[in-house]
Design a protein around this ligand. Structure first.
Ligand code: DGY
Length: 461
């Protein structure tokens, strides 16, 4: 795993007998000898990254996703860094070619129109950047990735860092001003696509309040590439389109959309990922001796604990999404609930409960980590973000757990990611009950996660 932000933990403070202390005291030793099958998968992963390359950026997979996606590209950069660090930096640079004048790094950078994807640039009609893009953002993993790339080779990374730093600042500032409702600290998503977890049950209640009446007729393209049973339903798609129409009608006025739009949900995923990214961006500011930026980031981080408090659900023993229009919390546990460690949030009183919840979910899923609680009635093992396990979320959750000393759980999640890839290949996501692949095949971010984290050859390096 790349650079951990190791935290020192006081076991006595957590309390004896907690899941934390059990984990921390019995860390398994990873095997350091990769088998031939792993080397073959390393080669295959590398080929997938090369095959999905499209100039200076990488397609998530051919057919289903023919453009540059924001967080996909950043995870891909971590995979590319394993064999071509300059190309990894280019992946980050090309993402920011689509940055808006107001700071937003869009969730899709279109560049050209491809009829195999819907909704394309003519539907979004988003004009905030010189390139055609979508009108919302995606989970901001970029600053953490930039820090990882920089720390691999600070000398060659310095010039890239200097160029990217102001862009990252502008994007974080956009989140902290445009996606926070007055006085609130947690980050809102105003479209399920902005969360990266399109059809998670986290959005069900808020989406049910979006009236899709009057949307223009449309034809989905995704279900022409992938089994419809693995994708969002038509009812969800109608609402996704309604939200795009609404945004377009406002001229993509992001502040207005967050304040007044039909959908605004505080998302533990984006909130925790941004919190971690803020900490990494501050470290980068100090490397560049940008004290003013570091102070500005401190004002964002000042609200971190308040945001975590807001998202905590004592009833569920987990962090949960919360509808900002109704103030109601989601009723089931998503995998992003466990990103609190990755975000640098550890509240001993809560951690004991959170670890029990995580253990329950791990016990219920032969292949970790299901994106949604397998014991909840809305769990669906093959339908996108309603149950399947995703290598990228596994990586983030496992990284955070490892940084806080929960080594057994971190390694369980990593080991299961390895098993799913070995069993089924480089799919977009995996059924957490059977380990079968689902969604798109030859998927770039799964290949990248294999190369930088799940492959046994990363133990040996
Ligand atoms: C899609 O088109 O399915 C994407 O998830 C939107 O980002």
């Amino acid at each position: 795993m790349s650079r951990p932000n190791a935290k020192s933990i006081d076991l006595d403070e957590i309390g004896p007998g907690s899941a934390f202390s059990r984990d921390a005291l019995s860390s398994p030793k990873p095997s350091t000898v990769p088998e031939p099958r792993s080397l073959e998968l390393d080669r295959r992963a590398l080929t997938i990254l090369r095959q999905n390359e499209w100039g200076g950026y990488t397609l998530p997979t051919r057919g289903l996703y023919p453009y540059q996606w924001n967080w996909d590209s950043m995870f891909v950069a971590l995979g590319l860094a394993e064999f071509d660090l300059d190309r990894a930096w280019t992946e980050v640079e090309t993402l920011f070619e689509g940055q808006w004048a107001n700071g937003m790094a869009a969730h899709i950078v279109f560049r050209q129109d491809d009829p195999s994807y819907f909704p394309g640039p003519s539907i979004w009609r988003a004009e905030g950047s010189e390139l055609p893009t979508s009108g919302c953002s995606q989970p901001p993993v970029a600053s953490t990735v930039v820090r990882d790339l920089y720390e691999r080779e600070p000398v060659s990374g310095r010039a890239y860092l200097e160029k990217l730093f102001p862009k990252l600042m502008a994007w974080h500032r956009w989140f902290h001003t445009m996606r926070v409702i007055s006085g609130g600290a947690a980050i809102a998503v105003t479209h399920p696509w902005e969360s990266g977890r399109d059809n998670s049950p986290d959005w069900d209640a808020a989406l049910a309040n979006v009236d899709p009446a009057g949307i223009a007729p449309y034809t989905r393209r995704d279900t022409g590439h992938v089994d419809a049973a693995m994708r969002p339903t038509s009812a969800e798609y109608d609402r996704y389109l309604k939200l795009v129409e609404y945004g377009r009608q406002t001229g993509w006025d992001h502040a207005h959309i967050t304040r007044e739009g039909p959908f605004a949900v505080a998302d533990p995923g984006v909130t925790f990922i941004l919190m971690r990214a803020d900490r990494d961006l501050k470290a980068l500011a100090l490397i560049l001796d940008k004290q003013d930026s570091a102070h500005e980031i401190d004002t964002w981080l000042y609200h971190a604990e308040e945001a975590a408090d807001y998202l905590w659900s004592e009833t569920m023993g987990a962090y949960a999404a919360r509808d900002l229009r109704t103030d109601k919390a989601a009723t089931g546990v998503s995998s992003v609930a466990f990103l609190s460690y990755y975000a640098g949030i550890s509240v001993p009183r809560r951690d004991a409960k959170l670890q029990v919840t995580l253990q329950r979910i791990l016990d219920a899923a032969p292949y970790a980590l299901p994106s949604f609680d397998p014991e909840h009635p809305r769990f669906d093992s093959r339908r996108y973000w309603r149950g399947p396990a995703w290598a990228v979320v596994n990586y983030l959750v496992s990284r955070g757990l490892a940084e806080y000393g929960f080594i057994l759980k971190a390694e369980r999640i990593r080991g299961d990611t390895r098993r799913m890839i070995r069993k089924s290949g480089f799919f977009e996501y995996f059924d957490p009950i059977t380990g079968a692949g689902a969604g798109g095949d030859d998927f770039a971010w799964t290949a990248a996660m294999w190369l930088c984290w799940a492959s046994p050859t990363t133990d040996a390096s």
